[in-house]
Structure formats: structure tokens, C-alpha cells
Design a protein around this ligand. Structure first.
Ligand SMILES: Nc1ncnc2c1ncn2[C@@H]1O[C@H](COP(=O)(O)OP(=O)(O)OP(=O)(O)O)[C@@H](O)[C@H]1O
Length: 214
């Protein structure tokens, strides 16, 4: 086999990854991988460790053992910052900036996806007309939509989405699914935590089920 025949490494790979709090295991050891063009649904009951897993993958918490690889290389801080876009429970917005200003500020920090602009992203998430509305004046669902616009603008290939459907109406849920589909078609990948209360988007999807302490 020549180097060019070798299959591309997974976009994300976890090897024997585990995390504990006060010597109590939260999850792991876990082995899984996610390829470009693929979604991994992370399921589990309340407290099973889904958010903790995403925070460990994002580098916000330090694993107690195991490794994370991105594109076949050990995930160090710089690689994580370039490769990962993290949508957490918290909207991650500047409360006293307008919706458009928030996106422009974030694009300045993270760069932006090809051929997309803050204004077009606001339209995609249904917030056209809210350009100058301060983030703190948006409803919970509108804040989530603004966070989705931020996600959409990110050039990072790997999306870590923690309960992306929370606070969204039916149209918002479809919006998330359409965004995930488009991102995967574009060669990205997504990890999505869920309690299983939604229909998986029609993309190549695998499932990781976490059980408390297991
Ligand atoms: N900051 C923290 N300090 C101490 N323990 C924590 C902290 N955050 C979470 N935990 C504990 O870690 C475990 C896993 O929590 P985590 O938030 O990862 O679960 P989850 O699967 O995302 O839950 P949910 O479905 O309720 O969002 C739980 O037992 C929780 O109580």
C-alpha cells in the first residue's frame, strides 16, 4: 500500500479516553472515531457524562487518561482551536453587543467559513431584522439561533453540539438538522448530544450511549 492509498485518518478519534471526578469515574475508557461526513449522536440519561465528554474533547477539561487525535495527530491546544467549534448549553454571546456585532466580533476571533458573512448567517438562522438588537434582549430561542449563526460561520470542521435543539421551536429543530447535513456534505463532522427526543438527520450517523459511571 502506498501512502496515497491509505484511507484518510478519522477527523476525530478517542483512544481509551476517560474522565473521573474525585476518583469516581464519569465516563470511559471510551474508544470511538468520527469520520469526515459523519455524525455521532451521544446519548445518555441526565448526568451520564455527555457534556463532560464534549468539554474534554474541546480541551476545556483535562482527561484522566487516554488520547484525543484530530486528523490522525495528537490534539494539542492549537489544533483543537482550529478544528473544533463548540456549541455549549450557554450561548457564548456578548450580552451588550448587537446580534450582527456579536458575529462580526466572533469572526474576527475565529475566522469564517468560505463565502459566508455575518449578515447572511443571520438570515440563515431566521434573525434577519435583528441585526442591531442587543444579545441580552433576544429570547432564549433567538439566542440559540444566534449561537447557531456563530457555529455556521466557523471554519472549524468538527462541531461539538451540546443539546443543540434546546429552546428551539420545530422550525429551529429543522434548521439545526439542515445545518448539520450541509456541514457534513461539506466534509465536516459533528458530535451531537441528545436525550434521543428528535429524529436524526438523514446523514451517516453513529451512536455512542453513555451510562452513568460506566
Ligand atoms: N462542575 C461540576 N462539578 C462537579 N460535578 C459535576 C460538574 N459538572 C457535572 N458534574 C457531574 O458530572 C456528571 C456528568 O455530568 P454531565 O453534565 O456531563 O452529564 P450530562 O450527560 O451532560 O447530563 P444532562 O443530560 O443532564 O445534561 C454528573 O454526575 C454531574 O453531577
Amino acid at each position: 500500500m502506498t501512502p496515497t492509498d491509505r484511507p484518510a485518518p478519522p477527523l476525530l478519534e478517542a483512544r481509551s479516553l476517560r474522565f473521573a471526578r474525585n476518583d469516581e469515574p464519569v465516563f470511559g475508557p471510551l474508544d470511538f472515531s468520527v469520520d469526515a461526513g459523519e455524525a455521532l449522536l451521544v446519548q445518555g440519561d441526565n448526568g451520564a457524562g455527555k457534556t463532560t465528554l464534549l468539554r474534554v474533547l474541546a480541551g476545556l477539561l483535562r482527561a484522566d487518561g487516554g488520547e484525543v487525535h484530530i486528523d490522525g495527530q495528537r490534539a494539542r491546544a492549537g489544533r483543537r482551536a482550529r478544528a473544533i467549534a463548540y456549541l455549549s448549553h450557554l450561548p457564548g454571546l456578548k450580552a451588550d453587543l448587537g446580534a450582527l456585532e456579536n458575529l462580526e466580533f466572533l469572526c474576527g476571533l475565529q475566522g469564517r467559513r468560505r463565502a459566508q458573512s455575518p449578515a447572511s448567517a443571520l438570515g440563515i438562522v431566521g434573525l434577519a431584522g435583528y441585526e442591531d438588537t442587543l444579545a441580552r434582549q433576544l429570547s432564549a430561542g433567538q439566542k440559540k439561533r444566534l449561537s447557531l449563526a456563530r457555529l455556521w460561520l466557523s471554519p472549524a470542521p468538527l462541531w461539538l453540539l451540546d443539546e443543540p435543539y434546546a429552546n428551539l421551536d420545530l422550525e429551529g429543530i429543522e434548521l439545526v438538522n439542515r445545518m448539520v447535513q450541509a456541514h457534513l456534505r461539506d466534509g465536516g463532522a459533528a458530535l451531537v448530544t441528545t436525550h434521543g427526543a428528535y429524529a436524526a438527520p438523514p446523514v451517516r450517523t453513529r451512536m455512542l450511549v453513555l451510562e452513568k459511571g460506566a
